[in-house]
Design a protein around this ligand. Structure first.
Ligand SMILES: Nc1nc2c([nH]c(=O)n2[C@@H]2O[C@H](COP(=O)(O)OP(=O)(O)OP(=O)(O)O)[C@@H](O)[C@H]2O)c(=O)[nH]1
Length: 141
């Protein structure tokens, strides 16, 4: 069975987290996710995630901490290992280079979008740890 490692960023800003809607040209069109992508040869998960967020949203992030990875299969014979990290923003000028739209979700609307199935355990973990994560993912200045 092939396992594909995919990183994703839970970007905190002003007490909310960023969710991104996959566009028609992507897999799982119309589903919501945490932006990120597949690890490419030789890079660490953190290097992958910083690169993917630049490529998809044109912003720089600072990685803060790892959450629990999720393994999920959409297609027989293929497993995605989704590796989440919380992060803060180091630049703010978003350009949506792949996604259809983004929204910022607070604690009470975490489940208001149609998440990709693999993301649901991550959203539950975020909800459980919400207060601590908001505190730990505040910019220092
Ligand atoms: N980035 C990302 N991918 C996710 C999430 N949840 C989830 O099921 N996936 C799935 O993970 C797979 C890889 O994601 P991707 O398409 O963003 O990877 P990528 O940018 O490297 O794309 P590529 O296929 O063009 O090289 C896709 O099948 C996607 O649907 C998520 O929260 N973030």
């Amino acid at each position: 069975m092939k396992t594909i490692p995919v990183t994703c960023a839970i970007i905190f800003h002003r007490g909310k987290v960023l969710a991104a809607k996959r566009s028609e040209s992507m897999d799982l069109p119309g589903k919501w996710e945490f932006p990120g992508g597949k690890i490419e040869g030789g890079e660490s998960p953190e290097e992958c995630l910083i690169r993917e967020i630049q490529e998809e949203l044109a912003v720089r992030i600072k990685i803060i901490q790892a959450l629990s990875p999720v393994e999920f299969s959409y297609t027989p014979g293929k497993i995605i290992r989704l590796i989440p990290f919380t992060a803060t923003l180091e630049s703010f000028d978003f350009h949506l280079l792949e996604h259809e739209k983004i929204v910022w979700l607070g604690e009470n609307d975490l489940f208001s979008v149609d998440w990709a199935a693999a993301d649901l355990p991550i959203v539950h973990e975020i909800q459980q740890k919400w207060v601590k994560l908001v505190e730990q993912n505040k910019p220092i200045d």
